[in-house]
Design a protein around this ligand. Structure first.
Ligand SMILES: NC(=O)c1ccc[n+]([C@@H]2O[C@H](COP(=O)([O-])OP(=O)(O)OC[C@H]3O[C@@H](n4cnc5c(N)ncnc54)[C@H](O)[C@@H]3O)[C@@H](O)[C@H]2O)c1
Length: 326
């Protein structure tokens, strides 16, 4: 009987990388899990620590520390690298310079080593870094995916579930789209509860829970990450589990709908950037971008997000050209 070996790599074994690796093991997502970090000794320590726990997980995953080039044969690489910063920052965009430099360093190395799998990128600012990975990797558009507004969408559904009578968030279809940052918006016009439009659901049940304060719910989804960050200095379990969910969905060809930051082909009127939209995620990475018919106001909000991301992409590419010219 032939056996396909499922190989997942984690690049950057800090708060997020560790949470992702743990979820990969506890959900039996990989046969081999490769851990890579610029701090190789720490990566070794983490890999050995994870290996110690294997007997108590549902998997028999081999956990190995590896140099970057050693990840080339992976099916999926979960990217959670960042510069170590002592300064808590509310805006993910302030992180750009450091993380862009890391992308320019690691992606060409992985390309040279022959990586042909799928990148799933959590590193912030997620949309801009996802675009850089696409540009530098030489991989097709569907193989470079940022977690984008996936986590924000989970937050939206949870907040919403609490104001509409505690409906299981999994029975709600509602997504944050746009930048994984302050300019993201809730695509309210497309939201459903058990297949019924949210508008109709609200109207039918208005006596029970009153009108939904959409601004409040949306704002909570947009800023909840910062509320966590203020208190514990990072966020890791939500995003770590989201990374593992992306790996699992790709390896199992789940064809599940999620929000993600992906390269646009005009679906929302724009090209040449990565931004959060609903997609179908499967073996080929982005199987399809779901094309919402947004309300005018939503499209305006989305367009503003596009402009913001495009501005930062342009700045980053120009700065890199200047550095390499000098
Ligand atoms: N997308 C999301 O929803 C979301 C949520 C939370 C965090 N994040 C992002 O995830 C990233 C990681 O956050 P964290 O808290 O785990 O950071 P962290 O500082 O704990 O870990 C980052 C790791 O990257 C490693 N690293 C740095 N440069 C490297 C290189 N060139 N090659 C390999 N490894 C390298 C560091 O040594 C460190 O171990 C950040 O960009 C953060 O903003 C994203």
């Amino acid at each position: 009987m032939s056996k396909t070996v499922r190989r997942v790599g984690v690049v950057g074994i800090g708060n997020v990388g560790k949470a992702a690796a743990s979820a990969v093991l506890h959900e039996n997502i990989a046969d081999e899990l490769y851990i890579s970090d610029i701090d190789t000794e720490r990566a070794k320590g983490e890999a050995w620590d994870f290996a110690d726990s294997i007997e108590l997980t549902p998997s028999r995953t081999r956990v190995l520390e590896a140099p970057l080039e050693g990840l080339a044969a992976c099916d999926v690489l979960l990217v959670a690298v960042t510069e170590r910063s002592q300064i808590p920052t509310q805006s993910r965009l302030e992180l750009l310079k450091g993380t862009a430099a890391i992308a320019y360093d690691i992606v060409p190395k992985l390309r040279k080593a022959g990586f042909k799998g799928t990148y799933v990128i959590a590193t912030n600012p997620c949309d801009i870094i996802t675009y850089l990975f696409y540009k530098l990797s030489g991989l097709p558009k569907n193989h470079v995916i940022g977690t984008g507004t996936a986590l924000d969408s989970m937050r939206l559904r949870r907040q919403l579930s609490q104001v509409i009578g505690d409906v299981d968030p999994r029975s709600i279809n509602a997504f944050m789209i746009g930048e994984h940052g302050d300019s993201q918006i809730a695509a309210w016009s497309q939201a459903t509860v058990g297949g019924q439009s949210l508008d109709q659901f609200e109207e039918d049940n208005i006596d029970e829970f009153g009108p939904i304060d959409r601004d409040l719910v949306e704002d909570a989804a947009r800023h909840f990450g910062w509320e966590i960050h203020k208190r514990k200095g990072n966020t890791q379990f939500g995003i770590g589990n989201a990374l593992a969910f992306f790996a699992k969905s790709i390896l199992n060809d789940a064809r599940v709908v999620t929000a993600a930051s992906v390269i646009q082909n005009g679906e929302y009127g724009h090209n040449d950037l990565a931004i959060g939209v609903p997609i179908i995620l499967g073996r080929n990475g982005v199987e399809r971008i779901i094309k919402y018919r947004l309300s005018e106001q939503e499209q305006e909000g989305f367009n503003a997000s596009v402009e913001l991301i495009k501005g930062y992409i342009k700045k980053t590419l120009e700065e890199h050209e200047e550095t390499t010219a000098n």
